[in-house]
Design a protein around this ligand. Structure first.
Ligand SMILES: OC[C@H]1O[C@H](O[C@H]2O[C@H](CO)[C@@H](O)[C@H](O)[C@H]2O)[C@H](O)[C@@H](O)[C@@H]1O
Length: 655
């Protein structure tokens, strides 16, 4: 069984679901009608018998040829793959027309064009419903539309190309001469619903391009890394389930964190953590509607008793996400098990309270009119946290080993209390101010005493442990301590020493190979890309801007040819690993780009003899959230790169 590399895939999507298309033109992953539905195409986690749609030049060898080059058309999510062959040049444009409403019908449009010469093309459409288990019945309806149906699912193929059925697949063979164009449109429909309306493929593509171009035009980011930032933002938007505003962590399940290993998880859900930081990024780059929509999703999802808050929900807010294994799927390059659902849903992860409250705070600062319900929720969450912050938990990495007192969880509990105190101080909420000020101090002191190793001058993964953890890089970004605090600099340096891969990327925490480590799992994993971006942010914050920039630019080179990142990078095999594309990685990219632009702008400002930061109306960088990489900055209408909070060097100098 041969598998495309993870980075050989490109994403198309319609804000309800998404598909992955390989360099050879094979659609190897798609779930209909929603991200969290069962797949109709799952070659990604098995072989062609689990569902694929191969479309490209008919290869002279047995394996389909990879495209010579690919790109997204402009600032859109329409993918253009080009094959330059000895017979001629072929171009395929793949798109899923987006829609934000509930009644959307998913379509995959594939437009095939001979740019030059005469090229023989083959389409082999072989869907298999229910994660590769169910072979549909294939028939021709009303003499012209192909119907593939089984159980609740139906796919309709519209094409003018002569097509025939063989072994439960639809084959279309054709030869195109220069200028010829043919189209294929695949439409999902519940099987009881009858035929979907026929759409015009060229018009659907034009509408797709217009939608994305319109969306991108709202972006306020104008910095040095615009191309990478825009692609990441489009990817983040594509991970949004538009009808509810829920955001999936990735559109895939079980792409392995270690090739051949067991670290394979289903990411097609809405983590409060991932969604919160995604919204911070979107808001920071001008996307206020998305933030408003997410806040509404959040308030619906967590409505009720704060003690029943989950760390993740389904895209509609559903709570029950039972984890199970799919033994019939061999897994990506044999990485078993393939899992659906996610057991982490019932974990205690104390950091989530801080992440949600931080994002609500940012939304308010951006003038989003986050209402009283959100303020009440925030207060209720802190009331709950007050009773539970000192319990051990599973932490940001969702370990499956025993609970611990993770330092990052406590730091984020401090963030939750700190931001809520500020909300009460501003008069926008009511709560026990004095008691919570004491609570804030108690948590701070607890972390500094029990989570800090004085001998090695570093914070540690959990109380009493000697291990390090890359989540500690968020300490200065969250304003828990200023960047120039010796303990912060010591922690950054210790993480660089102990958690760096040979090529300077960052592991989340040490793993222990064959024996189960802190996470309760065997095997190792790649460098965690988000953590590597966090290191770049910290380096910029402590004034090591050149090192920060080098690391950031190195990370940019790990993106695939169309700008996408999985969760991790395997430094030994030099390939992407983990679910793909992953929101966490793209959020971190956007945040680092913004942080680096600010660092440069601050350097310029510092060099200016005429304007002081105070005159520019900027807060002190040590004063908490405004210093952070999660800083939303001023509302977009006031945003200007030069109005940046100063990064401080280790010895307290602003640069
Ligand atoms: O590696 C163990 C855990 O991996 C997943 O969690 C990771 O992904 C989440 C979604 O992006 C992210 O919020 C979390 O911080 C990451 O550790 C998986 O979903 C867990 O079930 C698993 O224990």
């Amino acid at each position: 069984m041969s598998h495309s590399r993870i980075e050989d895939y490109a994403l198309i999507g319609d804000l309800h679901t998404a598909a992955l298309i390989s360099r050879t033109g094979s659609l190897d992953w798609a779930c209909f009608p929603r991200f969290d539905s069962a797949s109709a195409f799952a070659e990604l986690l098995g072989d062609e018998t689990h569902g694929s749609w191969q479309l490209g030049p008919l290869s002279h060898s047995s394996a389909p040829a990879p495209a010579t080059h690919r790109r997204y058309v402009g600032d859109s999510l329409a993918l253009e793959s080009t094959w330059v062959t000895t017979d001629g040049t072929l171009q395929i444009t793949d798109a899923m027309p987006p829609a934000e409403h509930d009644a959307h019908i998913p379509h995959v449009v594939r437009i095939v064009k001979a740019v030059s010469g005469r090229v023989t093309v083959r389409s082999c459409l072989r869907p298999r419903f229910d994660y590769g288990l169910v072979r549909p019945r294939v028939s021709k309806e009303a003499g012209e539309r192909w119907l593939l149906v089984a159980g609740p699912d139906a796919l309709w193929l519209d094409t003018s190309v002569p097509t025939h059925v063989r072994d439960g697949a639809l084959y279309s063979d054709l030869t195109l001469s220069e200028g010829d164009t043919v189209t294929f449109t695949l439409t999902y429909r519940n099987s009881h619903q009858g035929p979907p309306p026929v759409i015009a493929p060229e018009a659907a593509l034009a509408m797709t391009l217009a939608y994305w171009e319109g969306w991108v035009s709202r972006c306020t980011y104008q910095g040095e890394y615009r191309e990478a930032v825009i692609r990441s933002l489009i990817t983040l938007k594509a991970l949004t389930y538009a009808p509810t505003g829920g955001i999936v962590a990735a559109p895939t399940t079980s792409l392995p964190e270690e090739i051949g290993g067991e670290r394979n998880w289903d990411y097609r859900f809405c983590w409060l953590r991932d969604a919160a930081i995604t919204l911070s990024s979107l808001l920071r780059t001008g996307y206020r509607d998305e933030a408003r929509h997410w806040a509404a999703w959040l308030l619906r999802a967590v409505a009720g008793d704060p003690s029943t808050l989950q760390i993740m929900y389904g895209i509609t807010g559903k709570r029950r996400l039972p984890e199970s294994e799919l033994p019939h799927l061999p897994g990506y390059m044999g990485s078993r098990p393939v899992r659906i659902g996610n057991g982490a849903a019932s974990q205690l992860q104390l950091d989530v309270y801080g992440e949600v409250i931080e994002t609500l705070t940012r939304a308010r600062q951006a003038g989003l009119g986050v209402d009283e319900t959100a303020a009440d929720l925030q207060v209720a969450l802190v009331e709950w946290l007050e009773q539970h912050w000192d319990e051990p938990d599973e932490g940001v990495w969702e370990v499956r080993g025993p609970r611990r007192h993770f330092v990052h969880s406590k730091v984020m509990a401090w963030v939750a209390v700190d931001r809520t105190i500020k909300l009460i101080e501003s008069g926008e909420a009511a709560g026990p101010l004095e008691r919570w000020r004491e609570l804030r101090d108690t948590i701070h002191q607890d972390v500094c005493e029990r989570g800090y190793d004085q001998q090695r001058n570093t914070f540690t993964q959990s109380y009493g442990s000697r291990e390090l953890d890359a989540s500690l890089l968020l300490i200065p970004q969250m304003g828990f301590l200023p960047p120039d605090d010796g303990r912060v600099v010591g922690t950054i340096e210790a993480i660089q020493r102990e958690l760096s891969t040979q090529d300077g990327l960052i592991l989340r925490y040490p793993t222990t190979g064959e024996t189960a480590g802190v996470d309760g799992l065997t095997g190792d994993e790649g460098a965690f890309l988000a953590c590597s971006f966090w290191l770049a942010d910290d380096l910029a914050m402590i004034g090591r801007t050149e090192k920060a920039r080098q690391l950031f630019e190195r990370l940019l080179t790990l993106r695939n040819d169309v700008g996408l990142l999985a969760e991790e990078w395997d430094p030994r095999r030099r390939r992407q690993v983990g679910n793909f594309p992953q929101a966490f990685s793209h959020v971190a990219l956007v945040d680092s780009a913004v942080a680096l632009d600010r660092a440069s702008a601050t350097a310029q400002t510092a060099a200016s003899p005429t304007l002081t930061l105070r005159e520019l109306g900027q807060p002190d960088s040590t004063a908490g959230p405004a210093a952070g990489v999660y800083d939303m900055g001023p509302p977009p209408e006031k945003a200007a790169a030069h109005l940046a909070a100063p990064a401080r060097t280790a010895d307290g100098e602003t640069q």
